[in-house]
Ligand binder design. Structure first.
Ligand code: ADP
Length: 487
């Protein structure tokens, strides 16, 4: 049994902006089920404090660079026995708004100080400077918010091994040199082989340079980030680490408790591979809910996403507009929030085709389950996608994903080509170019195949039978932890 400290800035269901939160709950749970002593550390955001009620404080620690001591609150991750440590520094985390941004959307001005504090608290917990009589063998860090952990630990003689997982290389935690100075970090870290990146402080680089091992969330993305197109200038460093054998892609799993069409209480009617016909009730419920014609023959397309350029929302809007203008029999339900321009364009699309398009701007967990169950296909035309969870939820719900061939989408979705269908492998639709024309052609291919129920049904079964659980991936992480201990 290894002692693993899992450091993260969001954990479902306490705080979530995206896939990181899902992984930060389900991976520790899977590791714990496999007998590992795993503990999670995250900030005590106001939302967490409200939801969890009273939590005991188990330590008070003074961290370098901060005037006031912080408290460590201890509870367990809801629905599991996994110990959760919350870093309670009211000045930094007890406020309204998101984990990274103000209620009106712009990033918090003190994000560097907030997540340097999280990183320092993680170091104190991992090395037992917090005095909790527990010392980590491995610190598993996630994304830029915890990037300083490997950097701060690197200089120490007795230290845990460090793993840094990239969930999305696009967000790097870049700040000014003045901010670097204000954080009281060791001067030696201001170096191109340290935290400095073209004159700025990069939290992400702390993980990429100093972690004993880097992982990312799919094998294809692990290769992509070593290229100019996906590397944001870090491709040289990442290629070097890959050549050393220190960069691995491990595909995320999904939480089979939360995402299971057989037991999902959000659904109008639950279903499984044996009761597939019950899925239709969920489609009807969505059509009724959104005042769309109650027609089982219209291809119902779902989309749930952060509305940002990464996700190819512009491609989706244009391709759907063209297809609707041409009079094809489709319906489209979208749930998301993000950039104002995309929200506006989606509302315009809805206004133009009110009996074909439904748009909910916002964040709604229960509705996301209902759309996954009710839609026939799920649209995910991402420009890049480190892993992507929604296509996996879709597969499990028999809702065929339409995806661009990139990152984790390429690793999980097998296109409905004649060859793949005959081999019984096809579970969705893939396209290569990030262009409206390519997406449009692929959508029309889906419309065509949807009119052939036997083929469609067999693809649904292939999708639903795919193993997307954490078993395999949790084992891959455990093997990695073991190999680090031996190095
Ligand atoms: P990313 O982390 O890049 O946003 P992922 O596909 O890895 O993308 O994970 C997104 C997660 O966030 C999924 O669990 C998805 O269902 C959820 N999600 C995104 N937008 C919404 C929304 N508006 N309402 C409910 N859930 C959402």
């Amino acid at each position: 049994m290894r002692k693993i400290l899992f450091a993260t800035s969001e954990v479902h269901p306490l705080m979530k902006t995206g896939g990181l939160a899902d992984v930060s709950a389900s991976l520790p749970m899977a590791l714990s089920e496999q007998g590992q002593d795993v503990r999670i550390v995250m900030p005590a955001y106001r939302k967490c404090l409200h939801e969890l009620g009273h939590i005991d404080s188990v330590a008070t620690i003074k961290l370098e660079g901060y005037h006031l001591p912080v408290e460590i609150l201890q509870t367990t991750l809801p629905g599991s026995g996994v110990i959760l440590w919350l870093v309670h520094s009211p000045h930094h985390f007890d406020r309204d708004g998101g984990p990274y941004s103000h209620p009106v959307g712009h990033d918090w001005d003190d994000n560097a100080a907030r997540f340097a504090l999280l990183s320092r608290a993680a170091v104190a917990l991992a090395t037992d400077e917090a005095g909790l009589n527990w010392q980590a063998d491995i610190v598993h860090c996630n994304d830029w918010q915890t990037g300083l952990v490997p950097a701060l630990l690197a200089g120490r003689e007795q230290r845990p091994n460090t793993i840094f997982t990239i969930h999305n290389l696009a967000y790097q935690g870049m700040f000014s040199y003045d901010t670097f100075k204000s954080l009281d970090l060791p001067d030696a870290l201001w170096h191109y082989e340290g935290l400095e990146f073209y004159g700025q402080l990069s939290f992400m680089k702390g993980g990429l340079i100093f972690a004993d091992h880097i992982t990312t969330v799919s094998p294809t993305y692990a290769e992509e980030i070593c290229t100019y197109e996906f590397g944001y200038g870090l491709e040289g460093l990442l290629s070097y680490r890959a050549e050393q054998g220190r960069l691995t892609g491990i595909l995320n799993g999904i939480d089979y408790q939360v995402w299971n069409p057989e037991t999902d209480t959000n659904l109008s009617k639950t279903y499984s591979t044996k009761t597939l016909r019950n899925k239709a009730a969920n489609k009807l419920a969505m059509q009724q809910e959104f005042f769309l014609p109650e027609n089982s023959d219209s291809l119902l397309i779902g989309l749930i996403s952060r509305l940002v350029s990464q996700k190819g929302i512009d491609l989706a809007i244009h391709a759907l507009t063209n297809i609707l203008e041409a009079g094809h029999d489709i319906q489209f339900i979208c749930l998301g929030s993000g950039e104002a321009q995309f929200e506006h364009e989606l509302r315009v699309l809805r206004a133009r085709f009110p009996d074909r398009v439904a748009v909910t701007i916002g964040y709604d967990e229960s509705l996301s389950h209902q759309i996954e169950a009710g839609a026939d296909v799920f649209l995910m035309p991402s420009r890049f996608e480190p892993c992507g969870l929604n296509q996996m939820y879709s597969l499990r719900y028999g809702t065929l994903p339409i995806v661009r061939n990139t990152g984790g989408l390429a690793d999980t979705v097998v296109d409905a080509s004649d060859e793949n269908r005959k081999a019984g492998l096809a579970n969705g639709f893939c396209f290569n170019d990030a262009s409206v024309v390519s997406l449009q052609q692929t959508l029309l291919r889906a419309v065509g195949l949807f009119a052939r129920p036997r083929i469609w049904r067999s693809m649904m079964l292939t999708a639903m039978q795919q193993d997307l659980s954490w078993n395999h991936s949790a084992n891959a992480y455990i093997e990695l932890y073991q190999s680090l201990a031996k190095r």
